[in-house]
Design a binder for this molecule. Structure first.
Ligand code: FES
Length: 1006
């Protein structure tokens, strides 16, 4: 059928199928700011305005939009400078999103802005609550919504012509006497309440810097706020085919017979592939360095399926609809096998075996005969001796669930042969270099014939640290010679992507009467699902990070007694993998719940008890002496620990001293909750948790950077580091700009193309700012040296005669770089533009450039104190989290705007882990949660108050003193909430999420 659509004032006459969605049509027409987030419109990424009202383009037919005005983000504003053509610039909403740091990955941003636009057209002066409600239909997994809400309120003020907001978005603390300014809140009185600004307690070392430490705007923000076609799926290619995968309906089965002939005959089908059609190559999908620290147990396609959702066949067709029809025509005869759905059953001596393929390759202590993907035994000191020396022994069991990363952009990949017969893989990945290396044998191509390009990524959170699905379109491109796109549906994200390892954890702790920990032991039974990707390293991290925090006091501090044992078992459930925090959140739920119980049982102050036993500067990281992911341990001293200051700052922010143990406060629920739910059955509680993470993997993680100077004195910086929305392009450019003495706008950053950028291990292990940042600094130093020598030559400064060659040389030490100028000791200056033109065109020509890489011998841990305030309904068990405060020592903060966004978003994700997120399966192994309705992530209108405080320390192992930020906010929220529930109602809930049912049952049991 032919329809006429009016989109952004342009009339389009187009042919479309009656069943084609508006989303499909607008994207076909090139309006790529409208995104696919899920098939039900529940993510809201597909929001457009229809006659001024937000609607989900994926949930309505294109034909239904005929006769209406459709508005997409492309109608709003654009870059103000377009060469000789000037434009009106960005719309105030877009501008406010850029300035407020409201954009992380930017995948949800166009939809949020459109929803806000609809609100402001109806109500130019909305309250915070109204803004939250207006954007509540657009899910964001990155930001925690605080900055987007601030951006909308700011834009509203600008559009009304009110007083402009204060530019300073950070609450700085330079250690000077306190000002009267409140901790949170902009100056405008209507923006009190939740409009908190992140606080930075600044370390003296960073106070003179120009760019590092400043809330610079993200370098990709202007692009993202316009909805530019920057993501993987926004690419169009002539003759593109659409891929689909037939997934197993059985948890464990052999494929006895598979017949794809009918599917192949369907008009429009270009290829159908089964295990009979492609090489059988065993590999691991875990995106990690070589050699992969885990078993090789996976095939692109196999004659056995091991979970509901496992792959059976691939199809490529002219359209998605044809590909879906073809799937239904593939005839498969299965022999159904017994399955294991519970981790406890996997280790039974008579349990069935999930991996019996002869190609299986063991790593370390994996043992497929026992369904063991990994087996960990770490002993530090002597726990048995420590238990004997204790006055009290505390033992308990805890449980943490399987949860999903839920990046709003699903996994997506486009593959094609280029004109040189090289396979190009454009993919939404955190690990482009690992993708290239790992897929080469699977595709039977040498590494040099593969190019992996990483465009912008719509969130990853570890889920894209997996070579999960790139092989599907790659095999189909090889089969058809045509470009192929494969994009996961949201259902596929739940049934066929990766997730967090669920664990059952036992704790045993010995404590003296005075609160000294004498020994601490943890056993974790971890469920890797059907494949062992990340099995060893995720679960190893559970002990390595969570059990390292408490070393004991006195003599135990010098020689702690710590034990961490774990078994990581195969089950017939979707595989687990990497997820922000990488095993550490699983460890801190038991550790910090356990510490709380011990403190209360011994009648000790929970904060004093913790701080008495936590690791201090100058002490060995206990696990560094005993374990290194299957490699030789390398003992490492922890140099900086800002935990005590974090506690002091966090306590003040949440007003701990007046609330903890205060019965009057406990029985005074907020007015809003009281009026909604009544009074006396509502109890308030406050809880704390202390956590540490790591920063990169020492002696392994490597990042590279190259920087070259352009004719105008600007710089191209190429990095292999992968910005998945975290702002790493921005912070790496900030560090290089600081070294070079230029504003951030002079650094043009391009990241992750295996053909053009240096190697980087990828975005994981909280390593990018530290490792790739140090590489950027090293490269910038090389460039700075060349600029200084050239400037000395131009200014005739520091001239020397080389004794060996007799030629004239110039001393770089004579010159400093500042404000795009090279400045000699005598005050003479030469601009970067003059230096660039001189070096490229005039005299002894050279390309000023530098290349460097960095690998660290240490992994300096960040620390944090996490606080939570909750209200528990004792009639229903419902828990409302009212406020979260996180005080973090992440070393020096390169960009407080992007870093606080990380903390706010991380706390929000962790909040879901604490109270509502869980992936469950029925007795056939079928997923119960398959969409964003049943699997709930927090919306803008459901959020508690969030407050972030950075307590800077200067980490001496990094040129700018940084440590990691990205993962630590995942660690402490759940135990702080669990401890606050205990504080409120005196009941221990040892399993998360703390759903109303679990809390209610725990109350009844007591
Ligand atoms: S910024 Fe909202 S989903 Fe990433």
């Amino acid at each position: 059928m032919n329809i006429i659509l009016t989109i952004n004032s342009t009339k389009h006459e187009i042919a479309c199928a009656p069943s084609e969605s508006l989303l499909s049509v607008v994207r076909r027409l090139g309006y790529y700011g409208v995104k696919f987030g899920d098939e039900g419109g529940l993510s809201g990424a597909d929001t457009v305005l229809l006659d001024g009202k937000p609607v989900n383009a994926g949930s309505m037919l294109a034909a239904q939009a005929e006769g209406h005005l459709v508005v997409t983000i492309e109608a709003l504003g654009e870059h103000p400078e377009q060469g000789w053509k000037k434009t009106d610039g960005l719309n105030p909403l877009q501008q406010a999103f850029v300035e407020s740091g409201a954009i992380q990955c930017g995948f949800c941003t166009p939809a949020q802005i459109l929803a806000a636009k609809a609100l402001l057209e109806q109500n130019p002066n909305p309250s915070e609550e109204q803004v939250r409600e207006a954007i509540s239909g657009v899910l964001c997994r990155c930001t925690g919504y605080l900055k987007p809400v601030q951006a909308v309120l700011k834009a509203a003020a600008v559009m009304r012509g009110d007083e402009p907001f204060r530019v300073d978005t950070i609450n700085w603390d330079f250690g000077a006497p306190k000002t009267d300014a409140p901790m949170g809140g902009f100056d405008s009185p209507q923006l009190a309440g939740m409009m908190t600004r992140p606080k930075v307690v600044v370390t003296p070392e960073s106070q003179t810097w120009q760019t590092v430490g400043k809330p610079e705007k993200k370098v990709d923000a202007v692009k993202l706020v316009q909805g530019k076609p920057a993501f993987t799926a926004d690419m169009d290619a002539r003759g593109m085919l659409y891929a689909k995968v037939l997934h197993s309906p059985h948890a464990h089965a052999l494929i006895k017979k598979i017949d794809a002939s009918k599917a192949k005959e369907l008009k429009g089908v270009a290829a159908v592939l089964t295990f009979q059609d492609i090489p059988r190559v065993v590999y691991s999908t875990a995106g990690q360095s070589d050699p992969i620290p885990g078993p090789l147990d996976t095939f692109s396609l196999d004659h056995k399926v091991r979970f509901v959702g496992d792959r059976v066949a691939f199809v490529a067709a002219e359209s998605l609809e044809i590909a879906e029809k073809a799937l239904m025509l593939i005839e498969v005869e299965y022999e159904i096998l017994d399955s294991i759905l519970d981790s406890r059953e996997a280790m039974n001596p008579d349990a069935i075996r999930i991996h019996d393929e002869p190609e299986y390759v063991n790593f370390a202590d994996s043992n497929p005969e026992k369904n063991l993907a990994a087996h960990i035994r770490i002993d530090i000191g002597d726990v048995e001796k420590g238990f004997k020396e204790a006055d009290h022994i505390f033992e308990a069991e805890y449980e943490v669930p399987k949860v999903q990363q839920v990046s709003i952009e699903p996994h997506v990949c486009v593959t094609y042969w280029d004109e040189d017969d090289r396979l190009v893989i454009r993919t939404s990945t955190q690990v482009p270099f690992h993708v290239r290396r790992m897929l080469a044998p699977v595709l039977n191509l040498p590494v040099k014939r593969i190019r992996v390009v990483k465009p912008r990524i719509g969130g990853g959170f570890g889920g894209k640290q997996e070579v999960l699905m790139e092989d599907v379109p790659a095999h189909l491109t090889i089969a058809t010679k045509r470009p192929v796109i494969y994009e996961y549906t949201r259902e596929e994200e739940f049934i066929a992507a990766r997730s967090r390892h669920p664990m059952r954890v036992k704790m045993k702790t010995g404590v003296k009467r005075d609160g000294t920990i004498t020994a601490n032991a943890m056993y974790a039974l971890s469920d890797t699902g059907a494949y062992g990707c990340h099995a060893l390293t995720v679960t190893g991290n559970t002990g390595h990070k969570a059990m390292a925090l408490y070393v004991g006091d006195g003599e135990y501090r010098k020689s702690p007694n710590i034990q961490f044992y774990a078994d990581v078992v195969y089950t017939n459930t979707p595989p687990a993998g990497a997820f922000r925090g990488y095993g550490v959140p699983q460890g801190y739920w038991p550790v910090e719940r356990h510490m709380e119980k011990i403190a209360r049982a011994l009648n000790l102050d929970p904060i004093d008890f913790r701080l008495r036993n936590t690791i201090r500067p100058g002490e060995y990281h206990p696990f560094s002496t005993a374990w290194n992911e299957g490699r030789e341990p390398r003992p490492e001293i922890v140099q900086t620990v800002g935990l005590e200051m974090c506690v002091a700052q966090g306590k003040a922010a949440i007003d701990w001293d007046s609330k903890y143990g205060n019965e009057v406060w406990r029985n005074s629920p907020s007015t809003a909750l009281r009026s909604a739910q009544g009074g006396s059955h509502l109890k308030k509680g406050i809880g704390v948790a202390m956590v540490m993470q790591g920063t990169a993997i020492p002696y392994l993680d490597m990042g590279g950077a190259s920087i070259k100077m352009n004719d105008d004195g600007s710089f191209n910086m190429l990095v292999g580091a992968t910005d998945l929305g975290t702002g790493s392009d921005t912070v790496l450019a900030q560090m290089a700009a600081e070294v070079l003495g230029v504003p951030l706008e002079d650094m043009i950053c391009y990241s992750s193309d295996t053909d053009f950028t240096p190697f980087d291990k990828g975005a994981y292990a909280s390593s990018t700012t530290y490792i790739s940042g140090a590489a950027a600094v090293k490269a910038a130093n090389v460039v700075a040296e060349r600029i200084k020598v050239r400037a000395a030559m131009i200014l005739n400064a520091g001239k020397q005669v080389d004794k060996e060659t007799g030629t004239q040389v110039y001393e770089a030490e004579e010159i400093r770089l500042e404000n795009r100028l090279a400045i000699a000791r005598d005050g003479k200056t030469v601009s970067f533009t003059e230096i660039a033109l001189h070096s490229l065109h005039k005299d002894q020509q050279e390309q000023i450039m530098g290349v460097a890489s960095y690998v660290s011998p240490v992994s300096p841990p960040p620390f944090a104190a996490q606080f939570a305030e909750v209200t528990v309904d004792t009639e229903t068990g419902a828990v409302t989290v009212d406020k979260l405060v996180m005080a973090v020592d992440s070393g020096v903060i390169v960009n407080p705007l992007t870093a606080s966004g990380q903390i706010e978003g991380g706390m929000t994700q962790a909040l879901g882990y604490a109270v509502c997120e869980e992936m469950r399966y029925d007795d056939k192994g079928d997923a119960i949660e398959r969409d964003l309705d049943r699997y709930h992530i927090f919306r803008a209108d459901e959020m508690p108050e969030l407050e972030t405080i950075f307590v800077e320390t200067f980490e001496p192992s990094h040129p700018f003193g940084v440590k990691a930020v990205a993962e630590i906010p995942m660690d402490g929220v759940a135990p702080a909430v669990g401890n606050a529930i205990l504080d409120a109602i005196g009941v221990n809930v040892d399993v998360i999420p703390t759903t109303p049912e679990r809390v209610w049952r725990a109350m009844k049991k007591q």
